[in-house]
Ligand binder design. Sequence first.
Ligand code: TMP
Length: 227
Amino acid sequence: MVMQGLFISFEGIDGAGKSTHISALADAFRTQGRAVTLSREPGGTPLAEKLRTLILNDAMDPLTEALLIFAARRDHLTTVIAPALARGEVVLCDRFTDATFAYQGAGRGFDLEVLSKLELWAQDVQGLGHDFVHELGKKGAAAAIVQPDLTVWFDLPPEEAAQRLAGARLPDKFEAQPVAFFRRVAQGYADRMRKDPGRFARINAARAREDVWREVAQVFSSKGWLP
Ligand code: TMP
């Protein structure tokens, strides 16, 4: 029997500490016998990883940046995420479209309506022939595009994130932004969550790693996905 695929994304400002929890969740799902696809955005395919290098390092105008991010996402979704979901796998993705609304939309002030249009185009996989599309159909019209089943938002005050990141490594284009930028990004995540509260789990990331993990694990067990 093919298990139902699960698509989970992880979000937060830079320095919020997602990575260790994503690996721990991958281990936990594998222990349950689930096949796990671990991925990230921008990236996750050879083409999207090339685009990631450009997006994170090269100066470009805001529409170019948004188009490249959605181009990378389209490639990732059609060649990795949708096929993995059709096989019944658990897809754990470090960032997805909420990051675009938070960083490009709220952070940079780019037009949210344009982002919504790009989201509809890039995340429509109907007609691509994945069995997974039938699952979308069962979820109703609101699910005409691919969205995560759950988005775990690691919420951390921007000042604390800046302290955690200080001196960590050479910052990329986004990590080099001032605290005020990350305040807007955090607000962008809050706005996205308000529009689709059932999809989000907000985690208070301003605590010791073990305490954060306990809350993350609790979210997954309350959904019946992990013991
Ligand atoms: P990462 O360092 O968590 O892998 O994320 C890469 C950077 O790209 C991070 O600073 C957030 C940024 N980003 C965007 O600006 N828009 C997006 O849509 C995504 C997915 C990431």
